[in-house]
Write a protein that binds this ligand. Sequence first.
Ligand code: GLV
Ligand code: GLV
Length: 323
Amino acid sequence: KLMKVFVTRRIPPEGMKILSAGGVCEVSLWDSDEPVQRADLLKGVQGAHGLLCLLSDRIDAEVLDAAGPNLKVISTLSVGFDHMALDEIKKRGIRVGYTPDVLTDATAELTVALLLSTARRLPEGVEEVKNGGWSSWKPLWLCGYGLSHSTVGVIGLGRIGMAIARRLMPFGVNRLLYSGRTAKAYAAEVNGEFVPLDTLLSESDFIVVSCSLTPETQGLCDKAFFSKMKKTAVFVNSSRGTVVNQEDLYEALKSGQIAAAGLDVTTPEPLPTNHPLLTLKNCVVLPHIGSATHSTRGIMGALSAQNLLAGLQGTAMPSELTF
Ligand code: GLV
Ligand code: GLV
């Protein structure tokens, strides 16, 4: 008898193909590009053996209870797992799959693009070309900040942080600082200096946040944090929105406490179009597209499907979360 799987969104075809082949499971798909409503999620998971979800689905005790005792595997099409109540999942003996590594390059690349766009004011420049603000080549116009001879600070030098650092060094970065829980031996490759957060904040010209969202990092970037940064520094976040206190970031940008910010993640997502951050020229906001290349999303789809099938069959997953 086929096992039941609920998929909470249209996923790349690479993933659907794997799920439909092999005669392991019968797929019930939330056949939309928009998120499943809570009530439909609770209904959709009923009796499911497997759940394939996204980072926009909150997987908590209520969802697990709605699914019932059949549920043995949850596979998320993301590297982040802060949307899942892992303690509740563990209690029920459910295995979890996720998609690390395969999105590291795409996410690092996007983060570098966002950093450069923010520092060199590309969206403002594009806007000026379109709206007639470009009157002449002007020596003092649209000046920003460059990476050459700069100090870069990375908060969270994990897989993605390291990939960002590797890509930034060839721009002529002078020092690469990082902070986090522990020093990393692999940081030697980018001459990374493990420093206290306060040192990183006061000495960096660019600050890149690439840590995971945990109780420790939630709200880490607040008023005190921004007040320790240089007034000429550029802040970039491609991790999770709630690592940042957005009211404090708004004030820091508005008052000139820091130079600019580039965000690929916000609270909430989507960010309402009337949000104060969107009124600021020195804030570049992207719609959480770190891993959004055609090939990366295809690979993420395939990996999440393989993780799910392995979980259903009780075999080793290509990428199982240990927790
Ligand atoms: C994206 O943010 C992910 O967690 O994959
Ligand atoms: C810029 O275009 C220059 O010629 O300096």
